[in-house]
Design a protein around this ligand. Structure first.
Ligand code: FES
Ligand code: FES
Length: 218
């Protein structure tokens, strides 16, 4: 269920963006590993420069498929968890949950991202597109139609991530060759082994002749 009822303000109520907090925290941790403060003055300076948010829940404002979505979340919530659990967008799948299968693929400002590997707070101030936003209402994207035409799925669990990855690929290469297709989809694993049909779907969706004999030339 998409919640677009809340306000549009992208900033936190304490005036510190979540992104800057996480980034600052990460930089501080790295700096701390290199050199610890050597005096009370150093510590006071460091404290003043590091705004602390959490461990309590924080407001996270996302823009997904053109709609503003807001929730109060644990700062460690991943983008995938926010999409699936908080906002009911279950197209991105949680499979490996460690960035190795591509099942959770989404576009963040047009770039292909494994949403299980990104904090929701880091997606603030971006435009997120999930498989739910690829179609235009009831009008399927040509990639989706091509997947259907070429039977490019079996169980279908990898399919949303693959289609999002193909969208990113065709945005970069409108007529990709097989090497570009393999490279563009290298992060998306299909355990049912539908790769040849997926490649055919990509070729067809990009106006190219599909592979005829069912094998992929090397
Ligand atoms: S669930 Fe995110 S890459 Fe596998
Ligand atoms: S169609 Fe089953 S994992 Fe790809």
């Amino acid at each position: 269920m998409i919640d677009d009822r809340r306000d549009e303000s992208p900033e936190s109520t304490n005036g510190v963006s979540r992104r800057s907090f996480i980034q600052t925290l990460g930089l501080s941790a790295a700096a701390g590993a290199l050199s610890a403060p050597t005096s009370a003055a150093d510590e006071a300076t460091t404290d003043a420069e590091v705004p602390i948010v959490g461990p309590d829940a924080i407001d996270v404002s996302l823009r997904v498929n053109g709609k503003r979505l807001r929730r109060r979340l644990d700062p460690a919530t991943t983008l995938l968890e926010a999409l699936r659990i908080e906002h009911g967008l279950t197209g991105p799948k949680e499979i490996c949950n460690r960035g190795s299968c591509g099942g959770c693929s989404v576009l963040v400002d047009g770039a292909l991202v494994a949403s299980c590997m990104m904090l929701a707070v880091d997606a603030e101030d971006t435009e997120v597109t999930t498989i739910e936003g690829i179609a235009n209402g009831d009008q399927l994207d040509p990639i989706q139609e091509s997947f259907i035409r070429h039977d490019a799925l079996q169980c279908g669990y990898c399919t949303p991530g693959l289609i999002v990855a193909v969208r990113a690929l065709l945005d970069r290469h409108p007529r990709p060759n097989l090497e570009q297709i393999r490279e563009g989809l290298a992060g998306n694993i299909c355990r049912c082994g539908t790769y040849t049909n997926v490649y055919n779907a990509v070729l067809d969706a990009s106006g190219q002749a599909p592979i005829r004999d069912g094998s992929v030339p090397r």
